[in-house]
Design a protein around this ligand. Structure first.
Ligand SMILES: Cc1cc2nc3c(=O)[nH]c(=O)nc-3n(C[C@H](O)[C@H](O)[C@H](O)COP(=O)(O)OP(=O)(O)OC[C@H]3O[C@@H](n4cnc5c(N)ncnc54)[C@H](O)[C@@H]3O)c2cc1C
Length: 354
């Protein structure tokens, strides 16, 4: 009898979730993730101003992956045949998918994560002035959520760079700045605060240029790092480039490997790191593994980098979108993303219809 092939997927974020969902009925699939739940990343800022929003944007991995094995731990090392986890397990594989995206050091249970959102909500509700450090998508979306839901609070946003959301083009940055200023958000560009100097009780802040700011609380919205440091302890360390991304070929295999794939934000594909692209890549990887499992000799599918586009929400009704035909701000992108932050669409995409 033929040996059952084992597929191991490391990382239960957008990319990993779509791979295991596609492969679970055709192979012996194991998913390794330190969280016992799936989190829709682009819904988290709404959860901070409306914690009950997390009831639908966090869900169990079993909801989309009922037919496989879930290991709630982090991968800490890998050989050519097995993965080692922080809990000390050694998990053998024939095919491996690395989908560890960005680092996450939050709670491992859904209830723990909801408690974190409730604490953020209390912090915001009890503050008159909120300081947000970081003007990437997380900082800007948080500023949008607070300023729309709590219009009488003062919001200060400081950003190290010369333009906000600089993963998109200058037009999107300028329109976003204008929108925030029109909502009375105090934005300071080219300013930064030493994160080491911060504590939970900080109320006065000095930027590196010497500017003094006062706020009742702050949120650090910088420092989403590629989750690849664990790979330094693995046989794949030579596949990690200087930015921490894994070098992949056009069929999304690690360069020089025949049975190891990478997918999502961890890859070195030259495109904006986006969840909808992680999902597209996941389809290619799942199809390629299925082809290899079938030993059909069929050609593997290839993935082509996408053109730069994205939508950043600005509270519940507005957004800024960089689309192939131009950059727009206001209620059109708001209607596409900001009302339910793609929660219904994401759940449906993972086969959760309720
Ligand atoms: C504020 C914000 C808004 C966004 N809005 C959008 C949007 O509107 N549309 C869009 O398409 N994209 C959006 N994105 C981008 C999108 O969230 C990412 O591109 C997407 O999450 C990438 O998916 P991923 O699976 O590669 O990585 P992640 O979603 O980061 O998932 C990685 C997973 O790996 C796990 N992991 C990490 N290390 C280990 C380890 N050592 N062992 C095991 N597991 C590990 C983590 O727990 C996590 O579950 C947004 C991002 C942010 C921050």
């Amino acid at each position: 009898m033929a040996e059952t092939k084992r597929v191991v997927v490391i990382g239960g974020g957008v990319a990993g979730a779509h791979v295991v969902r596609s492969l679970q009925f055709g192979a012996d699939v194991t998913l390794i993730d330190p969280k016992a739940y799936f989190e829709i990343p682009w819904a988290m800022l709404r959860c901070m101003v409306e914690p009950s929003f997390a009831e639908r944007s966090l869900f169990s991995h079993n909801d989309y992956f009922p037919n496989g094995r879930l290991v709630t731990s982090s991968a800490v090392s890998a050989t050519d045949t097995e993965i080692v986890t922080a809990s000390g397990e050694r998990i053998p594989y024939n095919y491996l998918v690395i989908a560890t995206g960005s680092t996450f050091d939050g709670p491992s249970s859904k209830q723990g994560r909801i408690k974190q959102f409730e604490a953020d909500y209390d912090k915001i509700s009890n503050a008159r002035t909120v300081l947000i450090i970081g003007g990437g998508p997380t900082g800007v979306e948080l500023a949008g959520e607070i300023t729309v839901d709590f219009p009488y609070k003062k919001v200060i946003l400081i950003h190290k760079g010369s333009r906000l959301i600089d993963f998109l083009g200058p037009k999107a940055s300028q329109k976003t700045l204008d929108w925030l200023v029109s909502k009375k958000v105090e934005v300071h560009l080219n300013e930064c605060i030493d994160l080491e100097s911060l504590s939970d009780s900080s109320t006065t802040y000095t930027t590196q240029s010497g500017m003094n700011l006062s706020a009742d609380c702050h949120f650090v919205c910088v420092g989403r790092h590629v989750a690849s440091s664990w790979l330094q302890e693995s046989v794949f360390k030579e596949s990690v480039n200087k930015q921490g991304h894994l070098k992949v070929d056009e069929s999304l295999r690690l360069r020089g490997k025949t049975n190891v794939f990478a997918v999502g934000d961890i890859t070195d594909i030259k495109e904006i790191k986006q969840g909808f692209l992680a999902e597209k890549q996941a389809k290619v990887v799942a199809s390629n593994i299925q082809t290899l499992l079938n030993s059909s000799g069929q050609k593997l599918k290839t993935y082509k980098a996408a053109s730069p586009m994205g939508i950043v929400s600005l509270g519940r009704n507005a957004g800024v979108a960089q689309l192939p035909f131009g950059t727009v701000i206001g209620c059109l992108p708001g209607r596409i993303k900001s009302r339910d932050l793609f929660v219904g669409k994401t759940r449906k995409g993972l086969g959760i219809n309720s």
